[in-house]
Design a protein around this ligand. Structure first.
Ligand SMILES: Cc1ncc(C[n+]2csc(CCOP(=O)(O)OP(=O)(O)O)c2C)c(N)n1
Length: 590
C-alpha cells in the first residue's frame, strides 16, 4: 500500500529544502501582498507574529481594545481601497473584535483577520482560553455568520494556502472579512523557505455586456420619470465619474443610499439626495413616482427604503426596477425586478455611460428646477440653524463650522446618531469617498476608532470623526492609541449627555427617556472628554460658545496633534421625511 505524502510537508521535513519559522515567512508574505499596516492587540497566542512584524516593513498599530482595532482596519480599507488587516489574540481578543468585523462585513469592506488560537496539540483539553463548549477548538466558528469564510489552520503546511485564499476572498466578488485562525504552535512551526509562493490572482471584475447596456440605456431614454439610485457599491468601486456621465447624458436624476452619499457632487443639479427615513422629501418623492429605477450597488435596505412601505420611498411595482449588483443574492430580494445584472458597479456604469453618449431621450421637462426647488424647500427647515449662536449648539451649526474648516478632500467619519443621519441628509459632500459611515450593522463605536484607520491610510488629508458622546464614551482609549501611533485624528464630540437618538425615540413614544440619558442622582451627568484627551497627552478643547468652534477646528486640523473637541449640543432630532416601521410597533401600558 502506498502512502500519500503531502508535498509541502515532505519538503518541509526533508533535509534538502531549508526551512524557516512560519511567522517570519508569513510577515514577509504579507509585505509582498503590499500590507503596510496591521491593527491589533497582543496576546500569548500572537506574539510570534508580532516579533516577525517587528522585523518587517509592516507597521503594527497597537490598540487598547480589539473593537477599536477592527474599526480602524475597516476605516483603513475604506480610505485606502486595500484590505484592512487585523491581528487578535484568541478567545476574548477575537470576541472583542466581533462587532468591528461584523460591521465591516455588513458594509462589504475587505478585511483579513488573523487570530491566534490554542496550541493545536491541546485541542479539546481546555487549554487556557479555549472556546470548546460545543466542539473542540471551536473559536473560529464565532465568526461564521458574518465572515465570507472562516479558516482554522490545522497544519502548518496549510498556512500559505489559507492566507492566500483569505486575501483572495476578502477582495473578490462582494468584498468582506475572512478569518484566518492560527493555533499558536503553527506560527512557530517550520516551513520550507519557499512555502509562501502563490499570490492572489489578478481578477477581471464582471462587466456589463454591451447588448445589455444598450437595453438598459434604451429603457432609461424612453422612460418618462427615470431615476438612478446609487448605493455604497458605486463609491467603493469608484464608479462616480461613470455615474455622472450616465446621468448627464440622459438627464436622469440621482438619488442615493446612506453609503452612496458622495456619488455626485452635492451641488450637482441632478442630485436628489438621500432616500428613506432620514432622507430628503424630493429624493423620496422622485423615487416613489418614478416609472423606472436603475439601482446600482445597493441592498435596497430598510432605512433607505422607508421599511419598503410603498407610500414613502419606493413603489415597485408600478415602478419598474433594473438592479445591478456584484452579489446575486441582492437581486430581487426586496422588490420584483425587471432585469438583474451581476456586475461591478464601475464597469457597468462605464458601459452604460458609453452607450448613452449622444442617445436621444425623452424630454425631462422642468426636472432641474423641480429638484432645485425641492432641495431648497427642505433645506429651509433647517439651514437658518447653520448660523445659530445658540448654546448648547444646534447640530446644524456644528455641521456648518465643520464644512468651513474642512479641506474639500477631508474625510468625515461618523458614528451612529445625529451625526450619521444629519450628515447623510444635510452635509454637502463634494468628493466621493470622503464620507465614511457605518450602515449595515450601524454600530455605535465605529466613528471614534475608524478615523484612526482613515488617517493612517491618508495621512496628508484631514480626517475628522463627528460622533456623539455616547459613541466617544464607549471607547475613549482611541486617544491614547492616536498619541502612541502619531495619528493626528480630530474627534468632534456632539455632547448631548445622552444616547440622544434613542432618548428622543423613547420620549416620543413613551413620554420619557428612561435608561437613555447620562444622569447622576436625577441630574445630567457630563464627562469632561476634553480633559480625558489632555490626560492622554492630546489636545482637548471645551467649546463654551458657538463661535469658538470654527477656530478650534481649524487649529486642530493644522496642529498635527490628536485633538478632542467637546461641543455641548442640543438633543434636536434629525428630520425624518420617510418612514420607519418601528414607530408603529411600540405600545405603552401594562
Ligand atoms: C453598539 C450599539 N449599541 C446600541 C446602539 C443603538 N443606538 C443607536 S443610536 C444610539 C445613540 C448614540 O448616542 P450618541 O453617540 O450620543 O449619539 P446621539 O444619538 O446622541 O447623536 C444608540 C445607543 C447601536 N447602534 N450600537
Amino acid at each position: 500500500m502506498s502512502t500519500v505524502v503531502q508535498p509541502d510537508i515532505a519538503r518541509a521535513a526533508g533535509a534538502a529544502m531549508p526551512t524557516r519559522i512560519a511567522s517570519y515567512l508569513l510577515a514577509e508574505y504579507l509585505e509582498r501582498l503590499r500590507v503596510d499596516v496591521i491593527f491589533g492587540l497582543c496576546g500569548h497566542t500572537n506574539i510570534a507574529l508580532l516579533d516577525a512584524l517587528s522585523k518587517s516593513r509592516i507597521r503594527f498599530v497597537t490598540t487598547r481594545h480589539e473593537q477599536v482595532a477592527a474599526h480602524a482596519a475597516d476605516g483603513y480599507a475604506r480610505a485606502s481601497g486595500k484590505p484592512g488587516v487585523l491581528l487578535t489574540h484568541l478567545g476574548p481578543g477575537l470576541t472583542n473584535a466581533t462587532t468591528g468585523v461584523a460591521n465591516a462585513a455588513l458594509d462589504s469592506i475587505p478585511m483579513v483577520v488573523i487570530a491566534g488560537d490554542v496550541p493545536s496539540h491541546y485541542y479539546g483539553r481546555h487549554p487556557h482560553q479555549e472556546v470548546n463548549v460545543h466542539q473542540d477548538a471551536d473559536q473560529f466558528q464565532i465568526y461564521r455568520p458574518f465572515c465570507k469564510r472562516v479558516y482554522r489552520v490545522d497544519r502548518a503546511a496549510d498556512l500559505p494556502r489559507i492566507v492566500e485564499r483569505a486575501f483572495h476572498l476578502a477582495q473578490t466578488g462582494r468584498p468582506g472579512p475572512v478569518l484566518v485562525d492560527v493555533p499558536m504552535d503553527i506560527f512557530s512551526a517550520d516551513l520550507a523557505v519557499d512555502a509562501f509562493q502563490k499570490a492572489p490572482a489578478e481578477i477581471a471584475r464582471p462587466a456589463l455586456a454591451p447588448q445589455v447596456a444598450a437595453r438598459i440605456v434604451d429603457a432609461l431614454a424612453k422612460a418618462e420619470r427615470p431615476v438612478l439610485y446609487a448605493g455604497g457599491g458605486v463609491i467603493s468601486s469608484r464608479a462616480t465619474s461613470a455615474l455622472q456621465a450616465l446621468a448627464e447624458a440622459l438627464e436622469v436624476p440621482v438619488a442615493h443610499t446612506l453609503m452612496g452619499k458622495g456619488c455626485l457632487r452635492e451641488d450637482h443639479p441632478l442630485l436628489l439626495g438621500m432616500t428613506g427615513f432620514w432622507g430628503t422629501p424630493i429624493a423620496n418623492e422622485k423615487c416613489r413616482t418614478a416609472d423606472l429605477i436603475l439601482a446600482v450597488g445597493t441592498r435596497l435596505a430598510e432605512a433607505n427604503s422607508s421599511s419598503w412601505d410603498p407610500r414613502y420611498t419606493f413603489s415597485i411595482p408600478p415602478t419598474r426596477l433594473i438592479h445591478i449588483d456584484i452579489d446575486s443574492a441582492e437581486i430581487g430580494r426586496n422588490y420584483p425586478t425587471e432585469l438583474g445584472v451581476i456586475a461591478d458597479a464601475r464597469l457597468a456604469l462605464q458601459e452604460l455611460a458609453a452607450a448613452s453618449r449622444g442617445k436621444q431621450y425623452r424630454s425631462r421637462g422642468s426636472l432641474r428646477q423641480e429638484i432645485a426647488r425641492g432641495r431648497a424647500e427642505f433645506a429651509s427647515n433647517w439651514d437658518h440653524q447653520w448660523t445659530s449662536n445658540q448654546y448648547p449648539l444646534r447640530p446644524e451649526r456644528i455641521l456648518s463650522e465643520l464644512k468651513k474648516a474642512m479641506p474639500e478632500d477631508g474625510f468625515i467619519v461618523t458614528d451612529v446618531g445625529w451625526n450619521k443621519n444629519g450628515v447623510g441628509q444635510q452635509y454637502p459632500i463634494t468628493v466621493p469617498g470622503t464620507f465614511i459611515t457605518p450602515s449595515g450593522l450601524a454600530t455605535m463605536g465605529f466613528g471614534p476608532s475608524a478615523v484612526l484607520g482613515v488617517k493612517t491610510a491618508q495621512p496628508r488629508r484631514a480626517a475628522v470623526a463627528l460622533i456623539g458622546d455616547g459613541a466617544f464614551g464607549s471607547n475613549m482609549s482611541v486617544v491614547a492609541t492616536a498619541m502612541e501611533a502619531n495619528i493626528p485624528a480630530v474627534w468632534v464630540v456632539m455632547d448631548n449627555s445622552a444616547f440622544g437618538t434613542i432618548a428622543g425615540l423613547e420620549k416620543m413614544h413613551y413620554g420619557w427617556s428612561y435608561g437613555c440619558l447620562f444622569e447622576k442622582d436625577g441630574k445630567p451627568y457630563s464627562v469632561d472628554y476634553a480633559a480625558v484627551a489632555r490626560a492622554c497627552g492630546a489636545t482637548g478643547i471645551q467649546i463654551s460658545a458657538a463661535d469658538e468652534l470654527g477656530p478650534a477646528l481649524c487649529g486642530a486640523l493644522a496642529s498635527g496633534v490628536p485633538t478632542v473637541i467637546q461641543v455641548p449640543m442640543e438633543n434636536a432630532p434629525t428630520p425624518t421625511p420617510g418612514y420607519w416601521n418601528i414607530n408603529d410597533i411600540y405600545r405603552q401600558g401594562c
